[in-house]
Design a protein around this ligand. Structure first.
Ligand code: PLP
Length: 348
């Protein structure tokens, strides 16, 4: 059978596809292994109890379950949820946002496809632009997202060494080149799989550089602040009209409900919503329905700070201690400072 160039992109090996296959295959084996990576969040008992109770509420209210499962939302996503998000970010963080600054997507992975191909690729005639990853290693899920060849440009990191066998990747601003061919910058904060958190200072320098070049700064906040806040380092949430901030309900505990959240200027949100209408008509409704009351009450940030963050921090500390004790003192090993996301990275 003959496939188009577009089809051929998906007929070979795809890193993120293999990773997701591995995760799914492992879960059906008996006994299922303890997942130590790959981005699948843990089943945090307190969070699961909250969603169970919310689901029971939906089921017990006459007509509510039928309403949630029986209607498409708009391509921008549940109006109630989008409104509650805007209120949360306005009141808790003082951001100048309204419902028009939010779009839901079927997982944030989906948003990267829309956003990356919006800002990079062909711009009429011969002009081509790339997505610049200012710090690598980066999330493997970006790698096949671009529809054009040479879609990404990346910069090697500076490596800072710390006592205790720790290291940290940092943006090498000396090497970072932003020119006409850069359509947008993107970094994940925290990063999967290194556990790195780009510092507040690095974020403000990247913001300045992106603004100077007139291109957006895309921040992948799937593990970030304010929710699920799987961050153990100091990090302020940031947004302005030149930032495209991508959040997700996955790592808070709802990976199967595929709910991504894009916060951006209205012009971008309109296009992302239209793309959603073409790819999938609308985002799923169940994630927003289950999380609505947590966002309306502001509990999503409280639960992130008081339950989710300490849950993963304790696991990270344990993993580092265990790794050190198993490897002993004679094996040269360095661990990336565990600053966030799900698992510490060790280099031997
Ligand atoms: C850094 C990072 N960004 C984005 C995603 C995508 O998550 P989702 O599509 O479930 O929102 C993941 C998933 O593992 C991730 O690790």
């Amino acid at each position: 059978m003959k496939f188009s160039d577009f089809g051929k992109r998906f007929s070979g090996e795809i890193g993120i596809g293999e990773l997701m296959d591995d995760l799914g295959d492992a879960l059906v084996s008996d006994p299922a292994p303890l997942m130590l990576g790959g981005g699948n969040p843990a089943h945090v008992p307190e969070v699961q109890a909250l969603f169970r109770s919310r689901m029971e509420g939906i089921l017990s209210k006459v007509g509510e379950f039928e309403r949630v499962i029986g209607n498409y939302d708009t391509p921008q996503g549940s109006k109630a949820f989008v409104g509650a998000l805007a209120e949360l970010f306005r009141s808790e963080f003082g951001w100048n946002v309204g419902p028009g600054n939010f779009a839901l997507t079927n997982g944030s992975q989906n948003a990267f496809f829309s956003l990356f191909n919006l800002f990079a690729g062909r711009f009429g005639g011969a002009e081509k632009k790339q997505i610049l990853l200012p710090l690598t290693p980066e999330y493997i899920g970006y790698s096949e997202v671009g529809l054009e060849k040479d879609f990404f440009r990346s910069t090697r990191p500076e490596i800072s060494m710390f006592p205790n066998g720790l290291f940290k990747y940092q943006v090498d601003f000396e090497r970072l080149k932003i020119d006409q061919q850069v359509g947008a910058l993107c970094f994940s904060r925290p990063t999967n799989p290194t556990g790195n958190v780009v510092t507040d200072e690095e974020v403000s320098r990247l913001r300045e550089l992106a603004n100077k070049q007139g291109v957006p700064l895309i921040i992948d906040n799937a593990y970030g602040t304010p929710f699920p806040n799987i961050i153990y380092a100091e990090a302020q949430p940031v947004w302005d009209e030149n930032i495209v901030l991508c959040l997700s309900l996955s790592k808070f505990g709802l990976p199967s409900l595929r709910t991504g959240i894009v916060i951006a200027r209205e012009e971008i949100i309109k296009i992302v919503s239209r793309m959603t209408s073409v790819f999938s008509l609308a985002p799923g409704s169940l994630g927003p329905a289950l999380a609505l009351n947590l966002v309306e009450s502001g509990d999503i940030t409280r639960v992130s700070n008081e339950v989710v963050q300490p849950f993963y921090q304790e696991k990270a500390n344990r993993a580092v201690a265990q790794l050190r004790s198993e490897m002993g003192a004679n094996i040269p090993m360095r661990i990336h400072k565990p600053e966030g996301s799900l698992i510490p990275l060790a280099l031997v």
